[in-house]
Design a protein around this ligand. Structure first.
Ligand SMILES: [Zn+2]
Length: 213
């Protein structure tokens, strides 16, 4: 790993865009002057939600690929896997003008066929059970802060109704700022850590230190 002065961390949000929760997450990021990365489900990219995607971009956040239908992709054929990825990538390019570089497998289910068929860097991240409605905002914040490390991806969700994550961010962001973290998008973090994405096939990343040199 190359030396970087600041500790870097990337907040990421899965399963959007949603009609209200994505906007609330963006409100918090904007108020704290930081960026995040959003892994979108292709089928959620409707015409009505294009304004929220445009707002995401205007805040300096990044859009990545979380499949088209959010199914267990281990059960799909190679052709179906390619279609899931390319439909979503094409839709993201149409809306944002930028091709995704990263992929988060739905449910973090993956296999060798997926690694072979998908030409994107696979990202997981450090989670805090924020996909469970009963997980409190306090637990989401405490676990995220406790797990933070330089080069980490933080796995969160902005699906409709997941307001406790927007609430937890109000604690997470100032606490990590106090610990000296700089918030960056996933692509910026990999770039600044000197990771060559072309060499990373077969790795599911939680932190950039897993990279092959
Ligand atoms: Zn998901």
């Amino acid at each position: 790993m190359r030396y970087t002065q600041n500790k870097l961390i990337a907040l990421t949000f899965d399963d959007g865009p949603s009609d209200t929760t994505t906007g609330h997450v963006l409100d918090v990021l904007e108020r704290h002057g930081i960026v995040g990365t959003f892994f979108l489900i292709g089928d959620n990219i409707t015409e009505e939600r294009i304004p929220i995607i445009k707002r995401t971009l205007s805040l300096g956040c990044e859009i990545e690929n979380h499949s088209k239908t959010h199914s267990d992709m281990r059960t799909l054929t190679r052709e179906e896997i390619i279609s899931e990825i390319s439909c979503t990538t094409d839709r993201i390019i149409e809306v944002t003008g930028r091709a995704p570089e990263f992929f988060r497998p739905p449910y973090i289910y993956y296999n060798d066929t997926m690694f072979d068929a998908i030409d994107l860097t696979f990202i997981c991240g450090l989670g805090c059970e924020d996909w469970e409605t009963e997980t409190t905002a306090e637990h989401r914040a405490e676990k995220t802060i406790a797990q933070a490390e330089d080069g980490a991806v933080i796995l969160l969700h902005d699906f409709e109704g997941n307001e406790k994550t927007a609430e937890a961010l109000e604690t997470i962001i100032p606490a990590l700022k106090d610990k000296g973290y700089e918030f960056v998008t996933v692509s910026e973090m990999f770039r600044r850590k000197g990771v060559d994405l072309t060499k990373q096939r077969g790795i599911l990343f939680n932190v950039t230190s897993q990279a092959r040199g």
